[in-house]
Design a protein. Structure first.
Length: 284
C-alpha cells in the first residue's frame, strides 16, 4: 500500500516509536492508557492500515519481535477511538493484543494474529481470516470472536462472557478456568478441555486427555471421542461425549454428571453413565 500522504504516515510512525521507547510499560493497562500522550495518530481505517504497514516495515528491518509482541496495544487504542464502526485491517505478521479492550467495534483482520486477540474484550466482534496463536479471548467479558482457521492453546482462558468460534482445530486447554460464555471448536481439541472451568459451555470435535479435569461447573460437549482421564478431579458440571469408551473415565470423579451421547437439544437421547460422581457400572 502506498500512502497518498507519506509525510503524515512518517509522523504517525515517529509517535509510535516514542511510545515504544517511553510509554510502553510491563503493565498492559498502563501501556494502553499512555497511548494518547503520543501524537499525531490516525483515526481512520486507511490511516491505521498505513501505520501498520509502516510498523511492519521497521519491524522487518530492525526489531520485528518487539513490534509483533506489543504493537497491538497501540493499534487497539487507535481502533477503539476511531469513529468508524467496522474496521478492516490486513497484517503480514502475527501481532499480539489486537482487539484489546474492544467494546463496540467490529474488527475484520485479514492474516494470522498473535497471542491475546480480544483480551479483556467487552463487546463488538472480531473476525480473523486466518489462524490465531495463544489465548484467544483471554479474560473476555462479552462480544464475539471468530477465528476462521486454527487456534493454539488456551482458547477462552478465564473468560467471563461472550462467544468464541474456532472454525478449525484448537490446542491445549480450551476454556481453562472459564467462568461463563460459550466456546465452539468445529475441529478437534488437544488435551485439557475445560480444565478448572466454573461455568459456561464448550463444544469441540474429538478431544484429548483430561476433559473436564478439576471441573467445578458448566457444560462440555464432545462431538466425537475422548482420550484418558476424563473427569479427573471433577466436582460439578456436565460432560456429554458422543462416543465414550468407559476405559477413558478417570477413577477420581467426585461429582457432576457424564453422559454418553449428545444433549437432547442436539437431537439425541444421552445416557447418564456418571451420576453425581459415581460411575454407573451397569451402563457398560
Amino acid at each position: 500500500m502506498r500512502s497518498e500522504n507519506p509525510e503524515e504516515v512518517k509522523e504517525y510512525l515517529k509517535a509510535f516509536k516514542r511510545w515504544l521507547e517511553k510509554g510502553c510499560y510491563p503493565d498492559i493497562a498502563e501501556s494502553y492508557k499512555s497511548v494518547p500522550n503520543y501524537t499525531p495518530q490516525p483515526c481512520t481505517q486507511e490511516g491505521i492500515q498505513e501505520l501498520i504497514v509502516a510498523m511492519e516495515d521497521i519491524g522487518n528491518r530492525n526489531y520485528v519481535e518487539l513490534i509483533d509482541r506489543i504493537a497491538g496495544i497501540y493499534i487497539s487504542y487507535l481502533v477503539n477511538g476511531s469513529p468508524e464502526k467496522e474496521i478492516v485491517l490486513e497484517i503480514s505478521s502475527p501481532i499480539n493484543y489486537l482487539g484489546l479492550y474492544n467494546a463496540k467495534k467490529d474488527w475484520i483482520i485479514i492474516g494470522n494474529v498473535g497471542n491475546y486477540v480480544g483480551r479483556f474484550m467487552e463487546g463488538g466482534k472480531i473476525t480473523v481470516d486466518g489462524d490465531a496463536e495463544l489465548l484467544v479471548g483471554c479474560s473476555m467479558v462479552g462480544g464475539n470472536i471468530e477465528i476462521k482457521g486454527n487456534a493454539e492453546s488456551f482458547v477462552g482462558g478465564n473468560m467471563i462472557g461472550g462467544e468464541i468460534k474456532i472454525r478449525g482445530k484448537a490446542g491445549y486447554g480450551v476454556g481453562k478456568g472459564m467462568i461463563g460464555g460459550k466456546i465452539t471448536v468445529d475441529g478437534d481439541a488437544e488435551n485439557g478441555v475445560g480444565v478448572g472451568m466454573e461455568g459456561g459451555r464448550i463444544k469441540v470435535g474429538n478431544a484429548g486427555d483430561g476433559v473436564g479435569e478439576e471441573m467445578e461447573g458448566g457444560t462440555i460437549i464432545v462431538d466425537g471421542k475422548v482420550k484418558k482421564w476424563t473427569g479427573d478431579g471433577m466436582r460439578c458440571g456436565k460432560i456429554y461425549i458422543a462416543d465414550l469408551d468407559p476405559r477413558n473415565l478417570s477413577k477420581r470423579i467426585y461429582g457432576g454428571n457424564i453422559y454418553r451421547g449428545l444433549p437432547e437439544g442436539m437431537g439425541e437421547k444421552p445416557e447418564l453413565v456418571v451420576k453425581d460422581g459415581e460411575v454407573l457400572r451397569n451402563k457398560f
